[in-house]
Design a protein around this ligand. Structure first.
Ligand SMILES: [Zn+2]
Length: 133
């Protein structure tokens, strides 16, 4: 899949050299776009996660290159169309999570289930951790 950016194509046609614009990957080996000019069909892993998606085993489709403090920086892009919904826990996993969360609310000293997580620094509920008066 090759996606060109019409605005950048225009600049190139006018004779501008855009160092990090290489939609065919001739210079960088994969489709490359300058910072803030990536096609909307692509997203970084972080952007996918924000949309509750994951790359889903696909290869890196393209990259963004830019310079930061003299160093070349890269961000890899994935095709949004191929991305998959984030895995949700199976019922068994869900049960294990619930059990672990319940354990975190259960006081080891008085065995009561509290409405809050047992503070790790006490290792027991706030009632049990109450200093003797
Ligand atoms: Zn307690």
């Amino acid at each position: 899949m090759t996606i060109t950016i019409p605005y950048l194509d225009t600049l190139v046609a006018l004779g501008r050299f855009i160092e990090f614009y290489d939609p065919y990957g001739h210079r960088f080996g994969m489709p490359t776009y300058p910072y803030r000019n990536a096609p909307t069909e692509y997203a970084t892993r972080r952007q996918l996660r924000a949309a509750n998606l994951r790359p889903g085993g696909q290869d890196i489709a393209a990259q963004i290159l830019w310079r930061h403090k003299g160093k070349k920086r890269v961000a890899y892009l994935y095709e949004i169309a191929v991305a998959k919904a984030k895995r949700t826990a199976t019922p068994a996993q869900r049960a294990a999570i619930d059990k672990a969360l319940l354990a975190r609310r259960t006081c080891r000293t008085c065995t009561q289930v509290k409405g809050y997580y047992i503070p790790r620094r006490y290792g027991e509920c706030l009632d049990c951790a109450q200093p003797a008066r």
